[in-house]
Design a protein around this ligand. Structure first.
Ligand code: HT7
Ligand code: ZN
Length: 865
């Protein structure tokens, strides 16, 4: 596979100011006729024009009004030597959407035709300059059978439609905003429409339309509400208004990722758009709200201002994730949102950054760009934007956004252009800060402290430990406070100046000290509040101080963090005891601290549900000297069991208190109450009592919403009981024909702590509801199994071989999904002995496949290196 380098970027030789497409859909193929107005884009001699085109059946090429012309055709390009600097080309080709199982370009999902063009799918529709710095005004005519395809949709405004002979009809769409072809979309099919409208702050009426399979109309309300909230929020917080008169969303079942921000015509994975209380959990409702928002926010950060090239992907993705995170935080509980965002960052991005496929948020090279839609580019990218926000504050940040749109609206730009806008607006210099864009790996910040009794000073020294030899020191913000022994916030005084009770320090050098004055007693520091930088904090903190912070820190994130650190210390001790064959004993200080939190009056239920949860298996194994998920899982269970036992009465009482049968409403408060109640249930089922199994069984049987029903099922999945088997059977019978809901049944079993195994996966892949060609099902079965660390890393290597075989199968028709699953082998470098040999054999089996896609090759070859 070829490697492409950022340093080799060159401006395009030609531009395409206007694109006119006609797409005719027939039974056995689709015919695409394109009329491209092309212009030379440099002052030198005319060079050849190389149009991208893959998997296309070429029919003809000519200048408008002329006979066919000389051309060269290979499997990747159509090349001509232009006769002038400004000309119109007419090209005709055919494609085979029905057999397009890679789900890139124009393909069939169920009976619907739809497109996915980011990053390089448009070249699978027609010959084009498929690069994001070529922006064009599109007019699209679609023709198809009117019975099978009553809806014909594309970007922009519908300017014409009508009947044709032979039961066919047509629609013509015009998008007034120039865009790169990756934002082009087309949908044709028999879809139901649910609509609404939104009035913008300047008084324009926008039609909102959601298209779904017939029968799913009752699952659209939440998406529409989320869309309206997003439109309003972007006006209120970012002063950004929607620019077209129509906003359409189409939900399809076969989709490689979550959703796509095509101009005026978003296409969504149905799991990320459709919800009602019977078919979606709170987590699904929340995720849908944030993905609808994310795609909507792309209209400005991504579509109006787009990326110059794909190395700049974080320009739109990091910024848009930051915006959707802020939207969720403003609409829900900011504390809970931050905790969950950081938890996700650590469990996915930190692991990626420590593994064989680590890369900077702006990679310097790639083999296959599809492999770079990663937690690093997205979530770490958002953290980098957040650091700028933390350092310059909201009002300067908004000035920076204004500057960004003043300078770059309608353009395809770079991450430097974004940072430049922020520098101009804030008057700050972010030269050193830009290292965050080009260096990979999570930096560690070591902190030591010293209290000088005589001088009443407290000194904090921060030292950066970088990941790679060539790395240079980062510029980063440290938001902090100091607490006195009563848990009160202390005034921060440095060099005689007061900074209130919370401030943001900035680190620039490898070691920096800050002296806080006027302190009568040694304070307890609360550092990196709200997780102000994506780093690993290394600081020796006594268990007592962690317990103290868990009780008193005014920063909710750090309060949570203190509890997690305390629990991890305890789990580490339990792992040691297990390794030494000693009887593991849970420390009373830990139990007391968590029991106190559970009863605490100054924390809400949503926070308690998060803070009372034991750390994730991933976050524990990432800190292990020797990677051993089986022992870590045992230690987690011992701690969970002890917490359940120590608080049994309280948990049972509160489970019953919140187990009200009110109607389901999705809002932050109710979501918090439900998560707390279900957390109580989850812990109670750690205890081997028939009564608690009945409690879960009863909740499963009588719940009036999927959040509670599914939580009961998951609680039962921790047990080996007939109740568990009955619930699983019932769930399957109820939902086997529902493409969205049944996936939860696969994921819950594949990821379960008890009962999951390679044998079970082989059984599940044979049930009728499974389909390996559907990416959601692949993720829910094989993806969930590969993320079930004790199972995937089973000592006999069976987990590795199961997943390797599936990657090989997927590689032949959907390389993107195959490559995604290949990332499961990321712990290869941490394995030892026989375990490593087993994984190596599985990886070698993949790499030996003939016709291995560049997607899979890139991931697996870097893993084996
Ligand atoms: N911008 C989109 C990224 C994307 C994608 C979406 C669906 C299918 C395949 C895809 N490849 C890349 C999604 C987003 O970030 O909003
Ligand atoms: Zn995005």
């Amino acid at each position: 596979a070829n490697t492409i380098y950022l340093k080799d970027y060159q401006e395009p030789d030609y531009l395409i100011p206007k694109t006119q497409l006609t797409v005719e859909i027939f039974d056995d193929c689709a015919r695409v006729s394109s009329r491209l107005s092309i212009k030379k884009n440099h002052s030198g001699e005319r060079r050849e024009l190389k149009l991208n085109g893959e998997n296309l059946s070429f029919i003809s090429v000519k200048y408008v009004g002329e006979e066919s012309i000389a051309y060269d055709l290979c499997d990747k390009y159509l090349t001509i030597v232009p006769k002038s600097d400004d000309f119109i080309l007419e090209i005709v080709n055919e494609i085979d959407p029905k057999n397009n199982k890679a789900l890139e370009g124009l393909y069939q999902s169920g009976d619907i035709y739809c497109t996915q063009n980011e990053p390089e799918g448009f070249r699978k529709i027609c010959y084009y300059l498929d690069r994001s710095d070529v922006m064009s005004s599109f007019t699209t005519r679609i023709e198809a059978d009117k019975v099978d395809f009553p809806r014909l949709l594309s970007n922009g405004n519908l300017i014409d439609s009508g009947e044709m002979t032979g039961d066919r009809h047509y629609a013509v769409w015009e998008d007034p905003f120039p865009k790169p072809c990756y934002l082009f979309a087309l949908v044709a099919g028999d879809l139901a429409k649910v609509d609404d409208n939104f009035t913008t702050k300047s008084g324009r009426e926008i039609a909102l339309e959601i298209f779904v399979d017939h029968g799913n109309e009752d699952r659209c309300e939440h998406a529409l509400e989320s869309l309206k909230k997003s439109m309003k929020w972007d006006e209120d917080r970012f002063d950004l208004e929607y620019d077209l008169d129509l906003y359409m969303i189409v939900a399809v079942d076969a989709f490689n990722m979550g959703a796509m921000e095509n101009k005026g015509l978003n296409i969504f994975n149905s799991t990320c758009a459709l919800a009602n209380p019977d078919t979606a959990t709170d987590a699904n409702f929340f995720r849908i709200e944030s993905i609808i928002a994310h795609e909507y926010f792309h209209n400005w950060t991504g579509n109006r201002v787009t990326c110059r090239d794909w190395f700049q992907l974080t320009l739109k993705e990091g910024l848009t994730v930051f915006r959707d995170q802020e939207f969720s935080a403003d609409l829900n509980s900011r504390a809970v949102c931050r905790i969950e965002d950081v938890r996700a960052l650590r469990d996915s991005q930190f692991v990626e950054d420590a593994g064989p496929n680590a890369h900077p948020i702006k990679p310097a090279s790639y083999m296959e760009i599809n492999n770079f839609y990663t937690p690093t580019v997205y979530e770490k990218g958002a953290e980098v934007i957040r650091m700028i926000h933390t350092m310059i504050g909201e009002s300067n940040f908004q000035l920076g956004m204004k500057k960004y749109f003043d300078l770059f609206d309608g353009k395809a730009v770079t991450t430097e252009d974004f940072v430049h806008s922020m520098e101009v607006a804030s008057g700050r210099d972010f030269k050193q800060f830009k290292r965050w864009y080009s260096q990979s790996g999570t930096p560690t910040v070591q902190v030591t402290s010293k209290f000088d009794e005589g001088a009443d000073t407290f000194t904090l020294t921060f030292t950066q430990k970088l990941k790679n030899k060539s790395d240079q020191v980062y510029h980063l913000p440290v938001k902090l406070g100091l607490l006195d022994s009563n848990g009160e916030e202390l005034e921060l005084i440095m060099q005689g100046k007061s900074f209130g009770t919370e401030t943001v320090l900035e680190l620039h050098t490898d070691s920096q000290s800050f002296v806080f004055e006027g302190l009568k007693e040694k304070p307890v520091p609360s550092l990196f509040r709200a997780f102000s930088a994506p780093i690993i904090l290394e600081m020796e903190t006594k268990r007592e101080d962690l317990a103290f912070l868990l009780s008193y820190d005014s920063d909710s994130f750090n309060r949570y963090e203190a509890g997690q650190r305390l629990a991890k210390l305890e789990i580490e001790s339990l792992c040691e005891a297990l390794r030494d064959n000693k009887v593991p004993q849970v420390d009373h200080l830990v139990l007391d601290a968590f029991s106190k939190l559970l009863r605490s009056a100054n924390a809400d239920e949503a926070f308690k549900a998060l803070a009372f949860a034991v750390p994730s298996l991933v976050s524990i194994t990432e800190q292990q000297k020797e990677f051993s998920p089986v022992i870590a899982q045992k230690a987690r269970e011992i701690l969970s069991h002890a917490l359940a036992e120590a608080n049994e009465d309280y948990l049972a009482e509160h489970f019953n208190r919140y187990n009200a049968k009110e109607n389901y409403v999705f809002n932050a408060e109710n979501m918090g109450l439900r998560s707390f109640k279900n957390m109580c249930l989850h812990y109670l089922l750690k205890l081997p009592k028939a009564d608690y199994i009945s409690l879960a069984q009863d909740q499963y049987d009588t719940a009036n919403n999927l959040t509670d029903r599914f939580a009961a099922l998951q609680a039962l999945l921790q047990t080996q009981s007939t109740a568990r088997d009955e619930a699983l059977e019932h769930f399957y019978d109820l939902w086997k024909d529902d493409a969205i809901v049944i996936n939860k049944w696969f994921a819950a079993q594949a990821g379960a702590p008890v009962g999951s195994s390679d044998q079970l996966i082989k059984k599940l892949e044979n049930v009728e509801a499974f389909d390996i060609q559907n990416p959601n099902k692949v993720r829910c079965l094989y993806g969930a199994f590969a993320a079930n660390l004790p199972q995937f890393h089973k000592e006999d290597g069976s987990g590795y071989h199961l997943i390797a075989d599936k990657i090989i199968e997927l590689n032949s028709f959907n390389p993107q999904i195959a490559a995604g699953l290949s990332k499961a082998f990321k712990k290869f470098g941490a394995l030892k002995g026989q375990q490593k040999d087993f994984m190596k054999k599985a990886l070698e089996k993949i790499i030996a496949v003939d016709d291995l896609s560049p997607d899979v090759y890139e991931i697996v070859s870097k893993t084996l290196k």
